[in-house]
Ligand binder design. Structure first.
Ligand code: GDP
Length: 193
């Protein structure tokens, strides 16, 4: 897979609009503001493939990108407290609708902020992935905000909190500094084969 061949496909406002799954899919999920857009841009070496915003709680959509026969799925960021109830409903429709479909999931990349304990929504997401036996990896974002020593400490604490099985890839990343990006690309390439 050549990351330079990525192209935006389409945005969807409801899961009913999603086309049937044909290509293997790599889906990205995480709390709003966790750094998902920044990570996608860094993965593909693009400035604005995915929109980075200073204000969390953007409109909920599922965005499809494709790259050499693999589809990348940007799921809406969850858990932003200040959005209207109707928007929260749209979020759950989209994300639950996506996972309830019989999609060709190669990997779910679940993003968690390295600085804090995982939120209950993060716990729910990872518990769901583990129980559904879906292939997934966890990315700890914004590592540049901590020292190396703090990163290692938080990595161990989050692994324990999230009860991650030993075979789940756990990658410490910084989109700011580029830390962990090659490691994540390798995890993705192995899953998409
Ligand atoms: P999203 O809502 O999950 O898509 O998050 P964004 O990518 O829009 O990022 C949310 C905020 O976190 C922005 O202000 C980013 O500049 C910042 N951010 C994202 N990734 C990093 C990172 O690796 N390091 C630091 N220091 N800030 C980051």
């Amino acid at each position: 897979m050549n990351i330079n061949n990525v192209a935006f496909e389409k945005s969807f406002g409801t899961s009913l609009q999603l086309p049937t799954s044909t290509l293997p899919e790599i889906a990205f999920a995480g709390r709003s503001n966790v750094g998902k857009s920044s990570l996608l841009n860094k993965l593909f070496n693009r400035k604005s493939l995915a929109k980075v915003s200073q204000t969390p709680g953007k409109t909920a959509t599922i965005n499809f990108f494709s790259c050499d026969g693999v589809r990348f799925v940007d799921l809406p960021g969850y858990g932003y407290a200040k959005v209207a109830k109707s928007e929260k409903g749209r979020w759950s429709e989209l994300i639950e609708g996506y996972f309830n479909q019989d999609r060709n999931l190669a990997l779910v990349v679940s993003l968690v902020d390295i600085r804090h304990p995982a939120s209950s929504l993060d716990e729910n997401m990872i518990e769901f992935l583990q129980e559904a036996e879906l292939p997934f990896a966890v990315v700890l974002t914004k590592a540049d905000k901590l020292s190396r020593q703090q990163q290692m400490k938080q990595k161990a604490a989050l692994k324990k909190q999230l009860k991650l099985h030993a075979d789940v890839p756990l990658v410490v990343c910084s989109s700011e500094k580029g830390t962990g990006i090659d490691e994540l690309r390798t995890v993705i390439k192995n899953a998409a084969r």
